[in-house]
Design a protein around this ligand. Sequence first.
Ligand SMILES: *Cc1c(COP(=O)(O)O)cnc(C)c1O
Length: 387
Amino acid sequence: MSTATAAELVPFAPPDIGGAEIAEVIATLESGWLTTGPRVRRFEEAFAAYVGAPHAIALNSCTAGLHLSLLAAGVGPGDEVITTPLTFCATANVIIHVGAAPVFADVDPSTGNLDPAAVSAAITPRTRAIIPVHYGGRPVNVAAFQALARRHQLTIVEDAAHCVEGVANGRKIGTTADFTCFSFYATKNLTTGEGGMVTTSSAAAADTIRIASLHGMSKDAWARYQTLGPTRYDVVVPGFKYNMLDLQAALGLHQLNAIDRHLARRTAICRRYDEALSNLPLGRFSSLPAADVHARHLYTVLVDPSAAGFSRDDLAAAMAASGIASSVHFPAVHLHRYYVDRFGFTRGQFPHAERIADTVLSLPLSPALTDRQVDAVIHAVRGAFRS
Ligand SMILES: *Cc1c(COP(=O)(O)O)cnc(C)c1O
């Protein structure tokens, strides 16, 4: 939900696309190979090396990655999967796609991340997997979830849509779970327009995901772009159409090269917001443990009406009137109509997630924002408190 007027001065998360990306897209078009091919393979290898994961499978979305990870883990009808209500709906929708039941546990109010103690209390004999989300780019307590997974023999699928650059307790995100799913959607830290990646240390799971991502065609079919003659293939499962294009990988290769520079710029913008807004009555999440790296996907403030004198929606409207976009991450998933109607979730079940969902506002954040745009955001937020 991006709120902006026609005269938008500061967009919410404009992509930072440079000359290298543009040249690579043109080279891809000129190569005559548009769909999954050599650039996807190179992007997978570069991404796996960046994360330090043995296997990376490029897909057309993070949602596809979450879906195929649950399938590869064998999650299906009769199973329960625990996740956070403070996430994008895709995290929970995929649980329903595989025929399992979504179970929510509340978040830690000081971080916005799934609370391991709440997850522990929600585990039943039917629980098969946990999907923690690195909310806003802040790594979850990976060690606590690993301990729960060991004790109860559960699969961990991390939703790292916000967290390409994250490090949890000294370990790179992408290496700390059975499956880690990244998003390259237009607003994400690394973008291919639409796109996603799954990393895993299991060669068998990587094969399953790769095959399921292209109609369930056998491995040989994946060599098609390298062969000249007619290709033989066999269908081993009724798969999906989730493969990434070389056109997308063309963007991804150069976005990956720029990842440290882009993170440094977002981190500097966050520091500027912190300094300029620190004396306003806005709520914030706690600071990070020393061995963690925050991927700085979102810059969030919490607008408690009793402290601020107005609501989150009032602040968003005041910013929109000044041409400043903002966004809400996220409306609580369990309170969406489908979840209420089908599963009977009600307000009050996850009070921390609900309070954050009702009061959180994300300010514009992107390496493509200029200092003047950042100053315009600060001016608009401070102005809302003066009037
Ligand atoms: C963006 C997002 C997704 C979905 O990513 P797609 O690549 O658009 O499928 C999943 N989870 C979270 C937390 C997200 O923000």
